[in-house]
Design a protein around this ligand. Structure first.
Ligand code: NAD
Ligand code: G3P
Length: 331
């Protein structure tokens, strides 16, 4: 929608012929964006060849579990030098790879430094009706990040650049775990204090893992970090918050996933982050208890008691800039 507003020629690829027909004839997408009229310039097709034959830029928004398959289908039709921008928030199950790594592996002829990730607080339901939205695009190559920025920037969609691809991808994926927890807390009837605690301590563990993996700590204070964490933990549009809320009210994970009809990335990401925290020897208590709720049948209320009953600890574990008892900070 943003690209069409920017007068670009936009073709959507979908597996679903009825959905393509609906977009082309009625300019609506009733299942995913109910009640919204799409830009009439947006065309849809089920042919990957047709979608890619004239494309100078491709936006990949497959779910994390479908990314490798979709990129491999694109491979025969991509023009050399096409700008690739992905907006997917998750890791590949099993390999624990980030999406830029999956795309680069599937497209070895593409310069990996030119693969861009677009992330930040941006629910589709609001973007499509032109509510002011800010996002970040990250790529190792500045020129690629700025090319993506130029494509998307307009009066209601503001785009920042960041060279920290890993930090942007990790924060975009991990915030969904905390949103599940925030929804669960609300579903259990806990208040704003509990949700604020989850956001704050959630950001602490997201940053801890991200920095251990090589991210810039400041990225977590940005749009892909705190920005997306706030929107996903508080928005009525969030699939992750809604799934957590239903779990908190007593539904089972199967019931929730079977009836949602849309991807809840936080579920698979909880498993991935649980494994990454072990690989990098990073403490992630919220992720750890959510893993037990989702995959080991722990009751949400018992999980909260477990979190609250942990041993006392410092708020800031990293090298302090303000020390105890007036001592000079350790360099
Ligand atoms: N919805 C948002 O507001 C939003 C915003 C930013 C980022 N994202 C991210 O974008 C990604 C996709 O989210 P979404 O909201 O579009 O999910 P969705 O569940 O609404 O839609 C996913 C679509 O992918 C299709 N699909 C699934 N497997 C496929 C495959 N193997 N091949 C082709 N198509 C396949 C499904 O049929 C469905 O149409 C996620 O990683 C999500 O975190 C979503
Ligand atoms: O609806 P959610 O929970 O998948 O979140 C969507 C986006 O990531 C919000 O920025």
């Amino acid at each position: 929608a943003v690209l069409a507003d920017n007068k670009l020629d936009v073709t959507l690829w979908t597996r679903n012929a009825a959905q393509a027909e609906e977009i082309n004839t009625k300019h609506t997408n009733g299942r995913f964006l109910k009640g919204t009229e799409l830009h009439p310039g947006i065309r849809a097709t089920t042919s990957m060849e047709e979608a890619l034959q004239d494309a100078d830029s491709v936006v990949l928004a497959a779910t994390s579990s479908a990314m490798r398959e979709v990129v491999s289908q694109m491979k025969p039709y991509l023009k050399p030098g096409t700008l690739l921008i992905h907006a997917t928030k998750g890791f590949e199950t099993g390999t624990l790879k980030r999406m830029t790594e999956v795309i680069a592996e599937e497209l070895p002829q593409t310069d990996p430094d030119r693969i861009v990730v677009l992330s930040g607080p941006s629910h589709a339901e609001e973007v499509v009706v032109r509510c002011p939205t800010t996002v970040v695009v990250a790529a190792k190559c500045l020129e690629a990040a700025e090319a993506a920025q130029d494509l998307f920037m307009n009066a209601t969609f503001r785009v920042y650049t960041n060279p920290d691809v890993l930090g942007v991808e990790v924060s975009g994926a991990l915030k969904n775990i905390i949103a599940l927890g925030a929804g669960m807390s609300d579903g259990l009837g806990f208040g704003d204090n509990a949700k604020a605690a989850l956001l704050t301590r959630g950001l602490a563990e997201i940053s801890r893992l991200g920095v251990a993996m090589g991210a810039n700590p400041f990225t977590f204070a940005g749009l892909a970090g705190i920005g997306d964490l706030v929107v996903t933990c508080t928005s009525q549009h969030s699939r992750n918050w809604n799934a957590g809320n239903r779990l908190g009210r007593g539904e089972t994970l199967d019931e929730v996933l079977q009836s949602t009809g849309m991807v809840v990335e936080g579920v698979k990401t909880t498993k991935a982050a649980y494994e990454l925290s072990r690989q990098y020897h990073v403490s992630m208590p919220i992720t750890n208890v959510l893993y037990k709720v989702l995959f080991e049948g722990k009751e949400p209320r018992t999980a909260v008691e477990e979190l609250m009953g942990r041993l006392r600890t410092h708020e800031i574990e990293e090298t302090p800039t303000v020390s105890w008892n007036g001592e000079e900070p350790t360099p």
